[in-house]
Design a protein around this ligand. Structure first.
Ligand code: HEC
Length: 105
């Protein structure tokens, strides 16, 4: 059910009707999140309270705002590292995974 909903959301988001492509985007977001974010925020997105890492799975930031936070940072979140090596599409895939997959669990 979660996966179906997610696929539907991503189909809408990316404006594509190719189901395979949407599935690939989810997969990419998941893998990239594991690679770049989970060390701090954990795979669950619950963060590590004692280490000062906030939950990010229920962030109030939009997908676009999270994409920007990842690549260029945000003035209100100076302790969050930036990942300028990621492409906008990669950052967007991570943000969509965070918001629509982790955020809905
Ligand atoms: C080195 C540890 C570290 C890594 C790696 C990291 N973050 Fe963070 N993140 C933080 C810290 C610390 C904050 C709090 C920043 C602040 O308040 O100044 C934060 C804040 C955030 C927030 C804002 C949460 C809120 O309050 O709404 C989001 C969203 C977020 N991170 C997403 C990500 C994503 C996506 C990645 C992977 C691309 C990532 N983070 C990688 C440490 C990290």
């Amino acid at each position: 059910m979660g996966k179906v909903l997610l696929t539907v959301l991503l189909l809408g988001l990316f404006g594509c009707t190719d189901k395979k492509q949407a599935t690939t985007d989810v997969q990419n977001g998941n893998e990239l999140y594991s690679m770049y974010c989970a060390s701090c925020h954990k795979e669950s997105g619950n963060g590590q309270f004692l280490a000062g890492i906030p939950r990010n799975r229920d962030t109030q930031y939009s997908v676009n705002e999270v994409s920007d936070l990842i690549r260029v940072g945000h003035q209100d979140k100076p302790s969050m590292p930036t990942f300028s090596q990621l492409t906008p599409a990669q950052a967007y895939a991570i943000a969509a995974y965070l918001k629509y997959k982790l955020g809905s669990e």
